[in-house]
Write a new protein. Sequence first.
Length: 731
Amino acid sequence: MAENAAKADDKEAATPQDAATWLSEIEAAQRDMQPYFQRCDRIRKLYRYENNRSTQKRRYQIFWANVETMKPTVYAKVPKAVVESRFRTGDPVARIASTLLERTIQFQLDLNDYDRTFKQMRDDYLLYARGVPRLRYEPEFDEAKVEEGLDDAAVTGREVDSEAPDTNQVLKFENVHCDYVQLEDLIHPKARTWEELPWLAFRAFLTKEEWNKRFPDYKGTVPFDTSGLDANDGKSKDSAIDKATVYEIWDKTNQRVLWVAKGCAEILEDSAPYLKFTGFFPSPRPAYGTLTNDSLEPIPDIAYYQDQVDEINELTARIGSLTDALKLVGFYPSGPQGEGSPEVEKAMRPGFENKMIAVKSWAAFAEGGKGGAPIIWLPVDHVAKIISECVQLRKQLIDDVFQVTGISDIMRGDTDPDETMGAQKLKSQYSSSRTKDRRNEISRVARDVVRMVGELVSEQFQISTMMEIASVPLPSKQDVMMAAQQAQLQYQQAMLQYRQVQAQAQQAGQPAPPPPPQPQPPNLGPTQEDVQAFLRNGITRRFRIDIETDSTIAADEVAEQASRTAFVKAVTEFVVAWGPILQQTPSLAPLAGQMLLFAVRAYPVARELESVIEQAMEQIQQMASQPKPPPQPSPDEQIKLQTAQIKGQAEQTKAQTEVFATRVKAQAETQKAALDANAAQQQHAMDMQKMTMEHANDVHSMNQEMQLIEEKAIARQAIQGMGIGQPQRPI
């Protein structure tokens, strides 16, 4: 524990904690890189042809020519993003996420002019052996006014401060910019490799307006004493061109991002990284030229042929001086013996032609020149010989430079017409191998930039922005739920109709139809939430998708055509050879598919067709897994088979007719029996009704008779009570 605490204390002590210490570290790093920057300054003047202004000596611009020759060789076009599933497992979420990511990255490359940044990085790489880009995320917002009476939380979807202004920022669009970093604006301490760097600083120059916008809460004094071009340009502090020197420090050790300014005693800002990258820094490993394994100070290419360039320039200056001496000069006698010589001088004057000259003392003139003019010419043939030898020596030095740099005559378009095609191809291959590392380094930086753009897009972009850019509509979870509810509602309606039909069938004594099938959950594909969660998960994203780039160099049209022709020929021969084999042995379809893809991936031009070939091979494998159809019969067998089919159809038709007649007869008998039963039921009902009526009449008659008897009895009793009609008893 004590050792760990000691290590932690050492780590904190090694990391600057205040602005003064950070500025001291930055100045120390700049001093360490000063020899490299001074060398780069000389290279810049040589490339811009600025040294001749003071020396007034002629120079042979072989360095400029070499750089201009190498520019389109190492980088000629902006790369295209290629995002695909790493293992091609058929995962729909990974497939949709790859499509969204690829189209969004490519749109950012085209929209934000990455080509310009890559070319600036390429120029620094060829001149100074180091080219640096960096990534920057920039969202665009609109001011959305909130109407009175509306709840801010309902408008923005989040809680807001009651004292906040009446406007809210609404995300309008999102961009990822790739900025070019000037040579001296990238600052880092000494290190053996890029991975060992503890921190990285980017220098920037802010005007007063930019400073107030970026650091509005800073109340201290800020020295605005540089224009961003020179350390001391003599401008006053009130000048609009005066700027403050600001350093953005990415502290990898403590995982922090700090802002300090030259002349300010306080750290302007200290926070966690506002952008998340796999390598922490917002810049990929720069495009480095010649490096050793113990230093990050690159060696520019011209350092290895600077001696030859100096000799070539000296010979060029010497050839120029000798050329000035290469002129027509004659000597003639003066004085009394040179009578007539002034006429010779007159004849040699520029612009004197088509004229006659009168010569005094003609005899002396002719005698002095022995039949010609009395002139002795300057022996310039020696000068011409020296110039020729200097030109030959310079040519040899130029060839030495081309040998050192690996720039062949094929690349320069300067070939020998007597050479064979084999010799020219050999030269082309040799030059390609010599410049391959340079091309690969630029391609590596371009790939790293594209991958970092993919990280920013995955981590920062809203899924709605990506869908808008890629023109790929995706359902949300709410859409899936609504579709499921709609399907369930339709099923319930279908069940209600089924119950009605079932009841009608039961009443009619007929069998009920089968019920409607249970609805399956609607398959609308991956949802917006699924894709966004996949992209936000950095570990899963790196495991399941791969981000690459295509070539960044200009393609040779002849080589491209030859490669495409060879590819088509190879695929055609493969299909012709394996077609019969797959027909006889369908189980070999997976092997054939993998062999074809193995051959196709060797052709870079086939990248666009690789996915199509994979789909075709999957379809072939599915067809091979299906049962094999029976063999086709011969024509005679087909006739017999058709005859048998016709006979069978006729017998089947006859049987169906008999069955239909039997069914009709049975249905008629059933209907007759049903009618008889119905008639019997009706007769029985009528008999029962008649019996019921007769019984009711009998009961009514009996009731009337009983009522009459009772009435008579009552009347008799009444008479007897009155003594009427009773016999007299004897006395």
